[in-house]
Design a protein around this ligand. Structure first.
Ligand SMILES: Cc1cc2nc3c(=O)[nH]c(=O)nc-3n(C[C@H](O)[C@H](O)[C@H](O)COP(=O)(O)OP(=O)(O)OC[C@H]3O[C@@H](n4cnc5c(N)ncnc54)[C@H](O)[C@@H]3O)c2cc1C
Length: 380
């Protein structure tokens, strides 16, 4: 079905079994700790789950985008969305531009280590004063000889308390809007890089999120990804993979909640009949099944476009918008069908409900997805 061959189905089974044995049993512990541990990134590297789309020469798997789609979707079924997010930052958000435009030194040093789970990566675009308006960021990188001096603050950085390097967007030419931005790899052990305490969130407790401060950080010019001034374009390109991953993770959560809720309505009774015999509830389930299937069919199209190297900005923006909206509605319905149990954190549906909001905010909000669609439909 869709873009999947037999090898994809085998991979799906492998990831699904891994999630059952090595992820779901640890969720409560990791949520309590406020992050997914470094050892788990390493374990995923050993399993060959990291850098799926990247060249084998740099420790990747050289696999197509259906593999990363499957990985994100199956990992998101683990019961705590933060686990899949941390890995996806590593695989789909902080590294696509590095893999495509980075020099050999950067790929040998950082991409290879990320692909093996020996380093943890963060993507550092958002700032305290600028999130949606990426072109307005204020972090500066000023050239001095063969180095850049970086000053600024980055906000809401996933994996931020434990990342080894940041893929950082900074302004290299003042006053030039999006054309004056460049992407850098910034090791976090350089003098002047400091991460704040993990921010306290109402969702995603298994994922650490921090502010990162850069104070006169001296970075070698070799650490620039690709061309000076092309950072915004590289980031926009990279966002396509981030959004595809966000959709896969949201679908993973929706499918898991659907299955758990379906099981529940056969087990739970009220007024002397099982819940599934109540038409209002059965209809809600039918609606969910229809929506998930449609979203999945559209996601297969995006996976195929990614594999073909076609720009899929418009399609993925449409899909992320609808996935985010559907996910939120659906998680609410699943909790409602579970009654009071649906609000107990030991029930997975409660955790998915808690985590559902981020898809419509992270990696471009619902409103920004609409703005992209408006532009690409020629209605600007
Ligand atoms: C848990 C979490 C993890 C994150 N991880 C990362 C990370 O790892 N790296 C990173 O760089 N960032 C990360 N982010 C930041 C995220 O990408 C931003 O929060 C997001 O892009 C929105 O930016 P903002 O919060 O500054 O909101 P703003 O840009 O201030 O927007 C506020 C509101 O105004 C609306 N708005 C803005 N512009 C328009 C417009 N033109 N038309 C209509 N409405 C508009 C927005 O949709 C939103 O509703 C994370 C955020 C969270 C919550």
């Amino acid at each position: 079905m869709g873009p999947f061959q037999n090898e994809h189905k085998i991979f799906k089974k492998t990831v699904s079994e891994f999630v059952d044995k090595e992820v779901r049993p640890y969720i409560a512990q990791w949520e309590e700790a406020g992050l997914t541990p470094r050892s788990f990134f390493k374990r995923c590297g050993e399993m060959g789950f990291l850098g799926l789309n990247y060249a084998e020469e740099f420790g990747g798997a050289g696999a197509d985008h259906a593999f990363s789609y499957i990985f994100n979707l199956e990992m998101a079924k683990c019961g705590s969305c933060g686990v899949a997010l941390g890995l996806s930052v590593q695989n789909d958000m902080a590294t696509p531009a590095l893999a495509k435009h980075g020099n050999k030194y950067l790929k040998d040093t950082y991409l290879r280590a990320a692909n093996k789970g020996e380093m943890i990566a963060s993507i550092a675009v958002s700032e305290p004063n600028h999130g949606s308006d990426v072109a307005a960021i204020e972090t500066k990188a000023v050239k001095e000889g063969d180095h850049y001096i970086v000053n600024g603050r980055k906000m809401f950085i996933t994996n931020g308390t434990q990342s080894d390097f940041l893929t950082l967007l900074a302004r290299t030419t003042p006053g030039t809007g999006y054309q004056g931005l460049s992407l850098f790899i910034v090791p976090t052990n350089l003098p002047g890089v400091s991460a704040g305490k993990a921010l306290k969130k109402i969702c995603y407790p298994s994922s650490d999120t921090t502010e990162i401060i850069l104070n006169n950080v001296k970075i070698s010019a070799e650490n620039m990804i690709g061309r000076e001034g092309a950072g915004f374009l590289y980031q926009m390109e990279q966002f396509q993979y981030e959004r595809l991953a966000a959709v896969a993770m949201s679908l993973g959560g929706m499918k898991r909640c659907y299955e758990l809720t379906k099981k529940y309505i056969f087990e739970r009774s009220a007024f002397n009949k099982p819940l599934y015999k109540m038409q209002t509830i059965a209809h809600k389930m039918a609606q969910m099944a229809a929506e998930v299937n449609c979203l999945e069919a559209y996601s297969f199209k995006c996976v195929q476009m990614a594999n073909a190297g076609i720009d899929f900005t418009k399609d993925i923006s449409m899909l992320k918008l609808l996935a985010a909206q559907t996910q939120q509605r659906m998680m609410e319905e699943c909790v409602q069908i579970h009654g009071g149990y649906g609000l107990m954190t030991e029930y997975e549906v409660a955790r998915y409900f808690r985590d559902a909001k981020l898809t419509g905010i992270g990696g471009g909000t619902n409103e920004i997805m609409k703005e992209i669609i408006v532009k690409m439909e020629g209605m600007e």
